[in-house]
Design a protein around this ligand. Structure first.
Ligand code: BDR
Ligand code: CA
Length: 314
């Protein structure tokens, strides 16, 4: 018997890698995207919600509602990443302004209402940016955390430590208090940290494979990769950029591509020096209970084969 498609909400701050993740979800019949909720992160909310609509239209999915969520972290000033993603957050190929309207209502209310409406444990949350919207939903409506099927998120690092500071990954750093709420929520969590995303690099051959699809989506994904990889290639001297956020969707489609450990992960919220660090007990040196499946390894060739084949369907 074929399984019904898995219902997800993508919470996002596009971002070129967020965009490719969203396209991967749209291209996959195993997944039913109930809606996108935008959050402030890579760029301010006015741009992330607009970018989310641009991506829906590129995929021909203007039927999927896009909500604007929180415009700043729970307790801190917003930190953005134009130095990586460009002024618009989606720099690279010229994209038309979206025609589809923003959905009415707040993204956090959409998350709460959807979790209350759908049967318990049938909706998965896929955060690709700072965790502000998810934490705010759990804070405003404490009943909904217990209804989430799973959270599969991109954020944090253990072996790779940090990208926005020496100690922290961007998504967790921007809103550590929100991350702390999410990691303490009791929801089953799968984490795609830098440890795994730094293994899925946009090499020349992989970007050319996007272009060789010969489609609008293939061309745009290749040009997004061309744009955002310049930053990481200079920084790390690597042969491409980590394609962070699509790992979240790939995990839903093909969990066998990934390997990790069920461990305890806590978030540093006190120290100025290590703010947003994901203190991951990879070696099991404490007796703190496991609260996340922390991914450390991936079949990178399998990941790109899946991604490219799916993008070719759009
Ligand atoms: C994360 O930060 C953003 O810049 C990317 O979109 C990704 O979600 C990587 O640290
Ligand atoms: Ca992101």
């Amino acid at each position: 018997m074929t399984q019904p498609p898995r219902k997800i909400i993508i919470d996002t701050d596009p971002g070129q890698d967020d965009a490719i993740a969203i396209l991967l979800a749209f291209a996959s019949p195993e997944i039913d995207v109930l809606g996108l909720t935008a959050v402030a992160g890579n760029v301010p909310l006015a741009l992330t919600q607009k970018n989310a609509r641009i991506i829906c239209e590129l995929a021909g999915r203007s039927d999927v509602p896009v909500y604007a969520g929180c415009d700043r972290p729970l307790e801190r000033k917003l930190v953005t990443a134009e130095h990586v993603h460009g002024k618009t957050g989606l720099d690279g190929p010229a994209m038309p302004d979206p025609v589809m309207p923003l959905a009415e209502g707040h993204g956090v209310d959409f998350i709460i209402e959807t979790l209350r409406r759908e049967a318990a444990h049938t909706v998965t949350l896929c955060p690709l940016g700072p965790l502000t919207n998810i934490a705010e939903a759990f804070r405003r409506a404490p009943d909904v955390a217990g209804r989430v099927q799973q959270i599969v998120l991109m954020g944090g690092a253990y072996f790779e430590v940090g990208n926005i500071t020496p100690a922290a990954e961007f998504n967790i750093y921007v809103d550590p208090e929100a991350a702390d709420i999410v990691f303490r929520s009791g929801v089953p969590i799968v984490v795609m940290p830098l440890d795994v995303t730094h293994k899925v690099l946009t090499t020349r051959a992989r970007v050319e494979a996007f272009r060789a699809l010969g489609t609008e989506v293939g061309r745009v994904c290749a040009e997004w990769s061309d744009f955002f990889e310049r930053f990481d290639m200079e920084k790390y001297g690597s042969e491409g950029a980590p394609l962070h956020d699509p790992t979240v969707i790939a995990y839903l489609l093909a969990p066998g591509l990934f390997r990790g450990r069920h461990i305890n992960v806590e978030i540093e919220v006190q120290s100025d020096l290590t703010r947003g660090m994901t203190v991951a007990d990879w070696w099991g040196v404490t007796d703190r209970p496991a609260n996340a499946l922390f991914i450390g390894d991936v079949d990178a060739e399998g990941f790109f084969a899946l991604l490219t084949e799916r993008l070719g369907r759009l």
